[in-house]
Design a protein around this ligand. Structure first.
Ligand SMILES: [Zn+2]
Length: 117
């Protein structure tokens, strides 16, 4: 069985300048309430939480932010630890145990890319 390593890239569009503002991020960190908070939304600076079937931004309704990530990729559940890494560092360390359509196992890293407009 071969092990294929690949990156799964997640592109964020239209990142507003407010995300670059560290003070705003600190405000968000100080306002952490939810127990299931996983990190800061790379798109709007809001809170990313566990929505049950997927991970998503808590500003979905208030700011119409559509940042979300599926929980399961190639039959592998994305661990919360990896998601936190992704939101903090912009990429994860290697995650093992993905299964491709033809049944081969492979390892992958997730990386968020910010698309400049
Ligand atoms: Zn957001």
């Amino acid at each position: 069985m071969t092990s294929i390593q690949k990156f799964i890239k997640y592109t964020i569009e239209n990142v507003p300048k407010s995300f670059e503002n560290n003070q705003k991020i600190e405000e968000h960190v100080n306002n952490l309430e939810a127990d299931n908070l996983l990190g800061t939304c790379p798109k709007c600076g809001g809170n990313v939480t566990d929505k049950g079937k997927f991970y998503g931004c808590s500003n979905y309704k208030t700011k119409d932010c559509k940042f979300s990530l599926p929980k399961t990729w190639s039959k592998k559940k994305l661990p919360q630890k990896s998601l936190k890494e992704l939101l903090t560092k912009g990429e994860t360390s290697e995650i093992k145990g993905f299964v491709s359509k033809n049944g081969n196992k492979f390892n992958a890293k997730f990386r968020i890319e910010r698309k400049q407009t």
